[in-house]
Each structure stands twice: as structure tokens, then as C-alpha cells.
Design a protein around this ligand. Structure first.
Ligand code: NAP
Length: 484
């Protein structure tokens, strides 16, 4: 396949928190790959900013090491990386102080796109936004990129939105949810709205239920103190899983532009019905041969935070009347696997004598591993023996179907950063979406707190607590197997 990399316009990108984990692990290795692919214009510049005292040379060395550690190895040839590092600068700035800002202003070029990545704690967003304006660095055409967590409840999300809105229009704010940058997630829209096959069946007449699973094998070691204040609902469900749910469930937008798509997603969130306590299972992993318990990882022996969550919910509109959506996510599970499964209804009648098996069409959309989709269809088992039916997947693993050139394809972060430069907000969360998502999750979390809800323990390396199985079994359904 021919690579079709279209360079973006020239830019100056300032990364506040440019020395932090996210910048070193994701943002800069990603930008290097875009540079290598020819998408980042040769004269574009990246300016790291943080409190640490460092010069350009020191910052370039730090990022060289970060790319060696976190970048994809085969791409780290010396020629490419030196040219890339030459595009990097560093300014020592305290978000809450006044030093360094004039130096940053002098570094910025006129006539190119200005983007500011707030890769720092959300408590610093307000100070950064204010100083960018105070020092004449940001204007009406500048963009800011902010990371999750976007609040920890509706009130804090509203406060954060209000703080940003004092200095930037909604059209300038790019709230990153890297799940939306995944190839498969965008393909979900391509499959739904680019084919005649699926959309006519995409409703309660033909779909029995939908399952969304995001399973991780890692625990919370190393980030336990952060995670323990958050838990699976705040860390995964309120953002990533709800975004997937929106894309699966939304009405066809009339055009593929940012606000039209986000309007449709917002309608889904607003149509989500409240969830009853018996429709939710919270879990916490126990110690195993392979690692400590959640409570040890979190260094909180009395923690009631969930490392696993499964729930059943409904969307109150015509399309999805009575169709349950089952979603689950957890840490220290049996495999690293993310999948959306659209399970179609049984045939009302079979003409094949003696066939007692339940044959179902299932569209499986895999986010990881092996990004791709397959559609389970029923065919005749080949060979003698009459008309025996068997279910087989029509497999569309992207790496197989689209060829090796895809190695140059951007990963989620890279794609989203390039979208910021292009000024395309389609794959970013709008402020009202984030608030609506909190408005749905807040009462659930408040219910747990009011009841002192205790999560069910589960063995590491499994599919979560037994009660999560029962959530489905009670409805005569079962979860898809978690396969790595
Ligand atoms: P981190 O490793 O703690 O880095 C924080 C960065 O902010 C450092 O560069 C730090 O450098 C800088 N900083 C701290 N206080 C500052 C101040 N007053 N003024 C200017 N710079 C300051 O954090 P991180 O993991 O990179 O996370 C950054 C943000 O992204 C957080 O909001 C986090 O929740 C979010 N996030 C991170 C990840 C991830 O994988 N790491 C994933 C999703 C979201 P100095 O100490 O030198 O100032």
C-alpha cells in the first residue's frame, strides 16, 4: 500500500510538563515518528517547558534517551533523530510564577500555528491559561491540549471547563481521550457509516446486546496512590468506555464534522438511564503468585476502590429500546484485550433439521491486540455428513488486510496531536460531553460512598469476580472470552 502522509502546516508546539512521564513516554516519541514519516514539517518546533533548570542541549539529551527507551527501536536511526532533536528547545517555567515567560514569547514565531500541550496536573491549567494570555503568547487562533483526568466529578469538571473558558473558546480546547485516536475506533465509524450492510441492522430489531471489554493484565503498581483516589469508574469508564459506547450507539451524524459528531455522542450520554446497584459489580484483585494484592499495590490496607467494574446499562431512545449494553474493565485480568462485540439476535426459525446449536452473528471490533474486526457468520461445515452448520469468523485484521506500510501509521497520540495542528476537533471530547458523562457517573459513585460499598475480591489472572459472570447469566447471556 502506498503511504499517503500529508504534512501538516508549520507549528510551534509548547509542551508544559515537557520533562514528565507522559511527554517522555508518549508525546515526544510520537512526534519523532511523525517527523520520520514526513508529516511534521522540517521547520516545525517543539518547546519543552517545566520548572527544572536545563538548557536546550540538556533537554535534547533527555528526549534522545526517552525515544531510545520508549520509541519503536527500528525507527531510532541516528540521522533521523539528530534532525528531530534539532527542532527541540527548552524554557524553564513555573506555571505559577513569572519567570521564563518572556523567554518563551521571544522563542515563538509569528505566522505559524501555536499549540500548547498542558501535560501537567489539572490544578495548573488555570495558571497556565492565564499567563499565556497575560504575556501575549496565546491568541484567538492558538490551541490548547489537555489530558485526563478532566475533573473527578461533575462539579470539578464544570470548574475546570469554566477556568479554561475564561481564556479560550471551546473551539480552541482539545481534550484528549487517546481511545478516540485508535485506528479501530475510527474504523467503527467507517464500518457503520461507510457500508450499506450494517446500519439497517444497527438497532433493537436485530441486535440482542452489546458488550464492551477493556481488560488489562497490569496492576496499579507504581501509580497506586493516584489510582486509589480514582478507581475503574473514574479512570476508565467515565471517559474511555463511555466514548466507545457513544460511537457504537450514536445516530448517524449528518456530516463528519467535529460538532455534528459530538452532538450525536452527547445525545447518547444524555439518554443513558441511571444504573441500579444490582446492575453493577465492583471488584478488587487479590494477591497471586505473580504479584501483590490491589491493597498492597495501592499501599492502602483498607481501600474500597475498585480495580474492576462491570455494569449493565440502557440507552433510552427508539433505536436501543430494551437492548442492554454490558461494559467491563479491570486490572490484573487474564489477558490484555479490548473488544466491542455487537451480538445479533437469534434467527426466529431454522430450516436446518437437527441443528440445535445457537448460531449468532457477532461483529467483534478489537482494539487490542491485533487491531481489526471480524464478523462471525454461520456456514455449512465442509465435507460429507449433510447440512451441518458451523460458525466461522470473516476476519479483517488490519495488519494482514492493509499490508506492512501501516507500520508508519500514526498511533493514537500521534494522530491526535496532528489533528490539533490541523484544527480538527472531531476526535476530542467537548466540554458538555465530559460534563454529561460525569452527570451520569456521579450518582453511581455517590451511591457506593453512601453505602460503604465493598468491592468483591477476584483472583488475579481471571476474568474478574464471579458476580460479574452472574450479571450476564441472569439475563441468559455470557461474556465473550477474554483472549490476548
Ligand atoms: P509527571 O511525570 O509528574 O510530570 C509532570 C510534569 O509537570 C513534569 O515535567 C514537571 O516538571 C512539570 N511540572 C510540575 N509542576 C510544575 C509547575 N508548577 N510548573 C511547570 N511545570 C511543572 O506527570 P505525567 O505522568 O507526565 O502527567 C502529566 C499529566 O498528564 C497529568 O495531568 C496526568 O494525569 C496526565 N496523564 C498522564 C498519563 C501518563 O501516561 N503519564 C496518561 C494520561 C494522563 P518539573 O518538576 O521540572 O516542573
Amino acid at each position: 500500500m502506498v503511504s499517503r502522509v500529508i504534512p501538516v502546516d508549520s507549528f510551534d508546539l509548547v509542551i508544559f510538563g515537557g520533562t514528565g512521564d507522559l511527554a517522555r513516554r508518549k508525546i515526544l516519541p510520537g512526534l519523532f515518528r511523525r517527523f520520520r514519516s514526513g508529516q511534521m514539517p522540517a521547520e516545525a518546533r517543539i518547546i519543552g517547558a517545566a520548572r527544572s533548570d536545563m538548557d536546550d542541549a540538556g533537554y535534547r539529551q533527555m528526549i534522545r534517551e526517552a525515544i531510545a527507551e520508549f520509541g519503536s527501536e527500528e525507527k531510532n536511526d541516528a540521522g533521523g533523530i539528530d534532525a528531530f532533536l534539532g527542532r527541540l528547545h527548552y524554557v524553564a517555567i513555573d506555571a505559577t510564577g513569572d519567570g521564563g515567560w518572556s523567554q518563551l514569547r521571544d522563542l515563538m514565531r509569528d505566522g505559524v500555528i501555536r499549540a500548547f500541550y498542558f501535560s501537567v496536573a489539572p490544578s495548573l491549567f488555570g495558571a497556565l491559561a492565564e499567563r499565556l494570555h497575560q504575556h501575549g503568547i496565546a491568541d484567538a487562533s492558538s490551541r490548547i491540549v489537555v489530558e485526563k483526568p478532566f475533573g473527578r466529578d461533575l462539579a470539578s469538571a464544570k470548574a475546570l471547563n469554566a477556568t479554561l473558558a475564561e481564556h479560550f473558546d471551546e473551539g480552541q480546547i482539545y481534550r484528549i481521550d487517546h481511545y478516540l485516536g485508535k485506528e479501530t475506533v475510527q474504523n467503527l465509524m467507517a464500518v457503520r457509516f461507510g457500508n450499506v450492510l450494517f446500519e439497517p441492522l444497527w438497532n433493537s430489531h436485530y441486535i440482542d446486546h452489546i458488550q464492551i471489554t477493556v481488560a488489562e493484565t497490569v496492576g496499579v503498581t507504581g501509580r497506586g496512590s493516584y489510582y486509589d483516589k480514582s478507581g475503574a469508574m473514574r479512570d476508565m469508564v467515565q471517559n474511555h468506555l463511555m466514548q466507545l459506547l457513544c460511537l457504537i450507539a450514536m445516530e448517524p451524524p449528518s456530516t463528519y464534522d467535529a460538532d455534528t459528531v459530538r452532538d450525536e455522542k452527547l445525545k447518547v450520554i444524555r439518554a443513558l438511564q441511571p444504573v441500579e446497584p444490582h446492575q453493577i459489580v465492583r471488584g478488587q484483585y487479590e494477591a497471586s503468585q505473580d504479584g501483590p494484592s490491589y491493597r498492597d499495590d495501592a499501599e492502602n490496607p483498607r481501600s474500597f476502590t475498585e480495580s474492576f467494574l462491570a455494569l449493565k446499562c440502557h440507552i433510552a431512545n427508539w433505536r436501543w429500546a430494551k437492548v442492554p449494553f454490558y461494559i467491563r474493565t479491570g486490572k490484573r485480568m487474564k489477558a490484555r484485550s479490548s473488544e466491542i462485540a455487537v451480538v445479533f439476535k437469534d434467527l426466529g426459525h431454522t430450516i436446518f433439521e437437527g441443528d440445535t446449536a445457537r448460531h449468532r452473528n457477532i461483529l467483534s471490533i478489537r482494539l487490542q491486540p491485533n487491531e481489526g474486526m471480524d464478523l462471525q457468520v454461520t456456514i455449512k461445515e465442509p465435507g460429507p455428513g449433510g447440512m451441518r452448520l458451523v460458525d466461522v469468523p470473516l476476519d479483517m485484521t488490519f495488519a494482514d488486510a492493509l499490508g506492512p506500510d501501516r507500520e508508519d501509521a500514526p498511533d493514537a497520540y500521534e494522530r491526535l496531536i496532528m489533528d490539533v495542528i490541523r484544527g480538527n476537533q472531531t476526535l476530542f471530547m467537548r466540554g458538555d460531553e465530559v460534563e454529561a458523562a460525569w452527570a451520569w457517573t456521579d450518582p453511581i459513585i455517590e451511591g457506593w460512598e453512601a453505602r460503604n460499598d465493598v468491592p468483591k475480591l477476584y483472583d488475579a489472572g481471571t476474568a474478574g469476580p464471579e458476580d460479574a459472570m452472574m450479571l450476564m447469566h441472569r439475563d441468559g447471556r455470557r461474556w465473550r472470552e477474554i483472549k490476548g
